[in-house]
Design a protein around this ligand. Structure first.
Ligand code: AMP
Ligand code: MG
Length: 319
């Protein structure tokens, strides 16, 4: 299959409106979408990514008000979250409307819904004739794509079109909150932080069920994720790291590495926001450079630091 790369939202939407598969920029990471009115074509997302069939897709809407066409029995907590955080990097899990095909939700009675704030994404979604089901635009298990070049690297020849945009502002996937029950449960950390969510819904709970035997509330949480080819080693700030490696090694964190000499690639981030933005791109750069081990310094567990901790911990578990 030929993969067209375009900066025309109109052209990209015309592919969606004929049941084709299109990658597009958002403020979190790039998405890989198919219109939900083409249930047979949704299958192509799972094929292109090598994604397990039981991992549901997030439905992307152009306007916050479109939530009523996707979910049902939407309660006051969900309404409050929409009011505060839509459009933006927050996905709500709602009871699904009967119009959402089962292939999108992996057979669940709930659906993940997000309204991106990225202007190119919004323009594109407005031109699409139905909401767009889209997971992250990367090979399953690998770091999410935060640039159109990363999408091309993973998916060239497997998808119809890539809508070009700037690198993703946030760089990590959306926060996910399950609003299908009361009180809502935080399922995945992202740029909308627990501190901000508590400010709107003080009763919100933090879901933590991937380390026990219960089935995960969010099916995707049980799969390996975010992993570069390199091994990830986590280290605390100020820890003396003495790499013993025959392959080149790299460092990413908020401080300089303790052993200055010897790192083939070093990325010191000024803030946790910058750390989040560059993390997946750094992982990909390391793979291109043949790095064998990446040392990731643990950021403080607050704000977007929690989302970074989640991603680097899970990348380390995937090695
Ligand atoms: P990705 O877009 O690649 O970050 O993957 C979407 C994430 O959203 C996965 O972790 C899914 O498990 C989660 N998700 C999507 N729909 C639902 C849903 N109905 N219930 C719970 N989690 C969901
Ligand atoms: Mg993903």
């Amino acid at each position: 299959m030929q993969t067209i790369v375009t900066d025309s939202a109109k052209e990209a939407a015309s592919y969606i409106n004929s049941g084709k598969i299109v990658a597009f920029p958002t403020e979190t990471v790039y998405g890989l979408g198919v219109g939900i009115c083409y249930p047979d074509a949704i299958e192509n997302i799972f094929i292109a990514k090598g994604r397990p069939r039981d991992n549901p897709l997030i439905v992307h809407i152009a306007r916050p008000a479109d939530i009523d066409s996707v979910g049902r029995e939407i309660g006051s907590d969900a309404r409050k979250l929409v009011k505060h955080f839509f459009p933006g990097p927050l996905t709500l899990v709602l009871k699904k409307s009967h119009t959402i095909p089962g292939v999108v939700t992996a057979g669940l009675d709930t659906v993940g819904v997000r309204c991106p704030s990225n202007p190119i994404a919004r323009n594109f979604l407005e031109l699409c004739l139905c909401p767009v089901a889209a997971p992250s635009a990367n090979t399953s298990g690998r770091p999410s794509s935060t640039s159109w070049e990363a999408v091309l690297h993973d998916l060239k020849g497997k998808i119809d079109c890539i809508l070009k945009g700037a690198p993703s502002d946030i760089g990590l996937e959306s926060t996910i909150v399950d609003c299908s029950n009361t009180p809502p449960i935080l399922l995945r950390n992202g740029a909308v932080t627990i501190e901000e969510l508590l400010g709107v819904i003080p009763e919100i709970r933090i879901g933590e069920n991937r380390h026990n035997d219960e089935p995960p509330k969010s099916p995707g949480l049980k799969y390996p994720h975010y992993a570069p080819l390199a091994r990830i080693l986590l280290c605390t700030s100020g820890e003396t790291v003495i790499p013993e490696s025959e392959t080149p090694y790299a460092w990413i964190g908020l401080t300089q590495p303790p052993v200055a000499a010897g790192f083939a690639l070093v990325r010191q981030c000024g803030t946790t926001v910058e750390y989040a933005r560059v993390l997946f791109d750094f992982f990909r750069k390391c793979d291109t450079r043949g790095i064998g081990t990446i040392y990731c310094e643990l950021p403080p567990a607050k704000g977007i630091g929690r989302a970074i901790l989640d991603r680097i911990t899970r990348a380390a578990e995937s090695n």
